[in-house]
Structure formats: structure tokens, C-alpha cells
Design a binder for this molecule. Structure first.
Ligand SMILES: *Cc1c(COP(=O)(O)O)cnc(C)c1O
Length: 412
């Protein structure tokens, strides 16, 4: 399939280019000494991604440790309550640790081990990336330092406990507001000191090359499985596929299985409380081009051009930019980006729980909300949603702020 001069049969051979660009987006904007460390990672990655031993090892881990392939479920009751469009979900909530993040963390730590590194480091906000990385580090027997702001440590006690139980060193960052931004700075600083012995594991398809490509490749399995399973189940491709977009890793992997197919692809961004700057984190919808955190993409900026404060009910989507490949696929017209606000998302959270017995992550609920909206507008067809994670972590917050809907509350 060709769109805007891009041939999607050869897309993966062409993008990103050797400097890590997807068209004008991507690249690597970091200090020179760290560039040497990135080049080392890129070279190691290109060596192992062609190595049978590495690929077989990752395949074995996916099956025996992560529990892959994760199934697709047909949402029969929910679809019936809306109309004739059939909804399906790819169940990344059933991946070990309850979300898609382990897919790339296992790849990253396997790479670190191949490179002879002793340690992996990362920052975490809500703790989801920290827990996935801690899990992978325990599996491979590497040390793990996770930088986390004081305020986040207090707010995310269960994830801090998980990381500690898994043997990870949670490093408290007391500077500034004690949240994700300060944790990023502290982790980056530590990496500048320790890059000879460790690698920095980025938690999404963001940051300097090779991370947007590498994390997408490690998530590619989600799209490959989903395509094959859907065709086996129904005899055809879905009409529409959709996933939530924060940094963009679960969506990038899921979409990558369908780029060359006659399938509509829709990424869903968090509209939060509304379209005013500061009330949402819908960077591809409202942002402009710029460089932050080591890469060029579309981002939300304040008046000074710095990353703007962002908000979403879903802490996993609360990021002022998205990966460069998303910006590129948007410009090429291959992927469309829509939004869902907090309220619609919470309704979808309860709809999936009540109609199907699946409590979704509040991040994933954004994609469910969009799919429900689209299903109401159409007379027929099928929509496949990537359910990036399970919602146990969100239950307390949702109940405290929204309460339990009544027996006859209108959820769809
Ligand atoms: C972290 C997270 C996300 C957002 O990250 P992406 O890189 O955009 O996929 C989405 N869903 C869940 C369950 C998460 O934990």
C-alpha cells in the first residue's frame, strides 16, 4: 500500500533512516559524550536484532515467562448494547505484570546483558515503567536503579513496594516538585556518570535514536499476534484498529502490524479536562514541532518554548510529546489521531467492566471510549482495540473521584 509517496511494503527498511529520522522527526539531540553511549547501543542493537540466538531467546521468554501470545476477546455484550459494530480487544492486560510495558523492558534488559552491562537505570512517574524494568532486571540478574520523585514515591506506594520486593534500588529525588520531571533530570545525570557500566532504559518510543525504533520493534509482537489472531477468528482484517497514545509505545507496536493493510488506524490522545493548554496531554492534536528530551517531534510548549505542563487522569499518558514515528505517520495521513476526555474515559472504564468483566487501565480506557463513540456512528464493521493494561492500579482513584455508577446508569 502506498500513501503520500510512502510504500508501506518496504516501510520498515526505509524508516527510520540511519540517523534515526522518520521524515523530519526523530534524530538524537544529546551531549556528545552521551552520543557515544547511544551509538554503542545502536550498534549492539543492530547486531543482535539479526542474531538467531537473540531472537530465539526473546521468543522463548515471551512464551514461557510473559505468557504470550495474549488473546483477543470479542466484546459481545458491549457490542450488542451499542448496535451492530463488533468490538474486539487485544489483551495486553494479560501480559505478565498486567501491561504491554514488559514487552520492551525484556528486550532492553536482554540487550544490556548482551552488551555486558551490569546495571540498568530509568526514571518513573507513576511507577509502571519502574515495575516493568524491575521485573526484567530481576529475571536477567542485573542491578536496577529507578529514579523517582519524593511526591510520586508517596503517591505510588504499591509500585514502590513492588520494585523493592523485586530487588530494585528506588532512588528518591527530592529536588523541585519531586515529580517526573526532576526524576528524568536526576536519572539522566546519573547516566552521564555511569554510562560505561549501564544502559538507560527509556519507557516508550521517545528519546534519542535508537530508542523510538527499538522500543517499537520490541512492541511489534503485539501487532503481529493481533493481525494473525484476528484473521483466524473472523476470516478478515478489522475495519478499524485503535490504541491510546501517551509516549506512544503500545500504539506503535500494535499499529506496526497493520501499516500495510487496508485498515483505518486511529491513535487516541488524552483530552483531560478540555482543550485549554495545561488541561490535557493531546500533543499530536494541539502541539507544534520542537525538540525535547533528545528528539524532534510534535510537542506541547509553554510561551518560553519549554515543555508545557500537561494533565490527564491517566498518569501513563501524561507526557507533553509523542514519539517521532507518530508525528510522521500523522503527517503522511496513515494514522489519524483523535481524543477522549476524562469523563468519557471513566464511562468507558465502567462500561468494559460491567459488560465484559474486564477492568481496563485508565490509559487503555481512552481507546475504549473512542471505539464506543465510533461504533455508535457506524452501522456495521469491526473495531479492534489494543487493551494496553489492566485497571487494578486505577480502581481506588476512580472510586474516590467518580463513585460507583448506579445499576441503571447509562454507560454507552
Ligand atoms: C504507560 C502506559 C501507557 C502509555 O504509554 P505508551 O508508551 O503510549 O504506550 C498506556 N497504557 C498503559 C497500561 C500504560 O501502563
Amino acid at each position: 500500500m502506498t500513501r503520500n509517496g510512502i510504500d508501506f511494503t518496504t516501510y520498515f527498511k526505509q524508516y527510520p533512516d540511519e540517523k534515526g529520522y522518520f521524515g523530519r522527526y526523530g534524530g538524537s539531540y544529546i551531549p556528545v559524550e552521551l552520543q557515544a553511549a547511544m551509538d554503542e547501543i545502536t550498534e549492539a542493537y543492530f547486531t543482535i536484532c539479526k542474531s538467531r540466538k537473540f531472537i530465539n531467546e526473546l521468543r522463548r521468554i515471551r512464551k514461557e515467562f510473559q505468557g504470550r501470545p495474549t488473546p483477543i476477546s470479542h466484546l459481545e455484550r458491549l457490542s450488542g448494547a451499542i448496535g451492530n459494530v463488533q468490538l474486539y480487544v487485544k489483551r495486553e492486560d494479560l501480559n505478565h505484570t498486567g501491561a504491554h510495558k514488559l514487552n520492551h523492558c525484556m528486550g532492553e534488559v536482554l540487550l544490556a546483558k548482551f552488551m555486558g552491562k551490569k546495571k540498568v537505570i530509568a526514571e518513573t512517574g507513576a511507577g509502571q515503567h519502574g515495575v516493568a524494568l524491575a521485573t526484567a532486571a530481576a529475571y536477567f540478574g542485573l542491578e536496577c536503579d529507578v529514579y523517582m520523585g519524593t511526591v510520586d514515591i508517596r503517591k505510588q506506594a504499591p509500585n514502590v513496594a513492588r520494585m523493592k520486593i523485586l530487588g530494585t534500588n528506588v532512588v528518591e529525588v527530592k529536588e523541585g516538585l519531586g515529580t517526573l520531571k526532576e526524576a528524568v533530570d536526576a536519572a539522566f545525570e546519573a547516566y552521564s556518570r555511569e554510562y560505561k557500566d549501564c544502559i538507560y532504559c527509556i519507557g516508550s518510543v521517545v528519546g534519542p535514536h535508537p530508542f523510538p525504533m527499538m522500543v517499537r520493534d520490541f512492541q511489534h509482537i503485539v501487532g503481529v499476534e493481533a493481525r494473525q489472531q484476528f484473521v483466524e477468528m473472523t476470516g478478515e482484517l478489522p475495519d478499524v484498529i485503535t490504541a491510546c497514545v501517551g509516549g506512544g509505545s503500545n500504539s506503535a507496536g500494535f499499529f506496526s502490524g497493520f501499516l500495510n493493510d487496508p485498515v483505518d488506524i486511529v491513535g487516541v490522545e488524552p483530552l483531560g479536562r478540555g482543550p485549554k493548554l495545561g488541561d490535557h496531554a493531546a500533543s499530536l492534536t494541539y502541539g507544534t514541532e520542537g525538540v525535547m528530551h533528545g528528539f524532534n517531534s510534535i510537542m506541547l510548549k509553554d510561551e518560553a518554548g519549554a515543555p508545557a505542563p500537561v494533565y490527564s487522569i491517566a498518569s501513563g499518558l501524561d507526557y507533553p510529546s509523542s514519539g517521532p514515528e507518530h508525528a510522521f505517520l500523522r503527517d503522511m495521513g496513515r494514522v489519524r489521531y483523535e481524543t477522549a476526555d476524562d469523563e468519557e474515559t471513566v464511562r468507558a472504564f465502567f462500561a468494559l467492566s460491567r459488560y465484559e468483566g474486564i477492568i481496563p487501565a485508565i490509559e487503555s480506557s481512552h481507546a475504549v471510549a473512542y471505539a464506543i463513540r465510533l461504533a455508535k456512528q457506524r452501522k456495521m464493521g469491526s473495531i479492534l482495540i489494543n487493551l494496553s493494561g489492566r485497571g487494578d492500579k486505577d480502581m481506588d482513584y476512580v472510586l474516590e473521584h467518580y463513585g460507583i455508577p448506579g445499576k441503571d446508569a447509562k454507560l454507552v
